[in-house]
Ligand binder design. Structure first.
Ligand SMILES: Nc1ncnc2c1ncn2[C@@H]1O[C@H](COP(=O)(O)OP(=O)(O)OP(=O)(O)O)[C@@H](O)[C@H]1O
Ligand SMILES: [Mg+2]
Length: 246
């Protein structure tokens, strides 16, 4: 289904280097990647291969050194700071390994935090939207708990609710199960999978665990800063071969 949807994210020859004290560290090389609206894609690869770097660029936390990045068909290089700020506030969101929640603050107050900076959602809608997001991750009964009174899995589900509350175009999740035991990790992945399959949300997941990656319908492997494999290509080639045989 997602294959017919328009591209949300497109990179062409995208490269990234870090520069420290005049020293260049090249990290990503010629990344050509298209992610369509409604896709659930995992990015796998060993530590240091460039997964987080790529995700940070796709999520507007960093910029490429060369090549292009188009978001909803728009070249991002030409966007002004205020347009980038608006995209960050309304169109993308993140879930991190370390949850990044405010302690001694309720689940609801954490979840509605992104709405405080939202340019169009009125203050009067914050609580209702927050509770709706909390319901989607199964934490309605915990809405008034402080986040430091929750289990790790519940904390990560709170972070997912926070990532949903603005109804972004895409959720980026960087090792969301990395700090969790396997049972909580499965719960978190089931929440993400449901958001994709029931609501058609676009999710980009970074993980180095194969079992976690396989919740997605498409998996790409990054090795030394390059896309080594993409299961979408396997499927495409398989379809071509099958056609050829007929
Ligand atoms: N700010 C920085 N300055 C210089 N080099 C950096 C910087 N951030 C990351 N790197 C380097 O870029 C490479 C890719 O890092 P990145 O964090 O993208 O890897 P990763 O695939 O997410 O790894 P992990 O699985 O450990 O999270 C690494 O070699 C890292 O040392
Ligand atoms: Mg990383």
């Amino acid at each position: 289904m997602a294959k017919q949807n328009p591209p949300l994210i497109e990179t062409v020859d995208l490269c990234k280097s870090y520069f420290n004290d005049g020293m260049e560290t090249p990290v990503l090389f010629d990344i050509d990647l298209t992610i369509r609206e409604g896709e659930f894609i995992s990015i796998m690869g060993p530590s240091g291969s460039g997964k987080s770097t790529l995700m940070h660029i796709l999520g507007f936390l960093d910029t490429p050194t060369s090549g292009s990045y188009l978001f909803r068909g728009q070249k991002t290089r030409v966007l002004h700071d205020d347009e980038l700020a608006r995209i960050r506030a309304t169109r993308v969101s993140f879930v991190f390994q370390a949850f990044n929640l405010l302690p001694r603050t309720t689940v609801l107050d954490n979840v509605i935090l992104p709405l405080l900076y939202h340019p169009t959602i009125p203050a009067s809608e914050r609580t209702e939207r927050g509770m709706k997001a909390i319901e989607q991750v199964g934490l309605t009964e915990r809405a008034t708990y402080f986040t430091n009174q929750l289990s790790g899995g519940q904390q990560q589900r709170t972070a997912i609710a926070r990532s949903l509350v603005t109804e972004p175009d895409v959720i980026f999740a960087d090792e969301p199960t990395g700090n969790l035991d396997s049972a909580s990790g499965i719960q978190v992945m089931e929440v993400l999978q449901n958001l994709h399959s029931k609501q058609g949300r676009t999710i980009v997941l970074v993980t180095h665990e194969k079992t976690t990656a396989e919740y997605a319908e498409r998996v790409i492997h990054i090795l030394d800063g390059r896309i080594a494999t993409d299961t979408r290509d396997f499927k495409r080639n398989h379809a071509k071969n099958v056609k050829h045989l007929k």
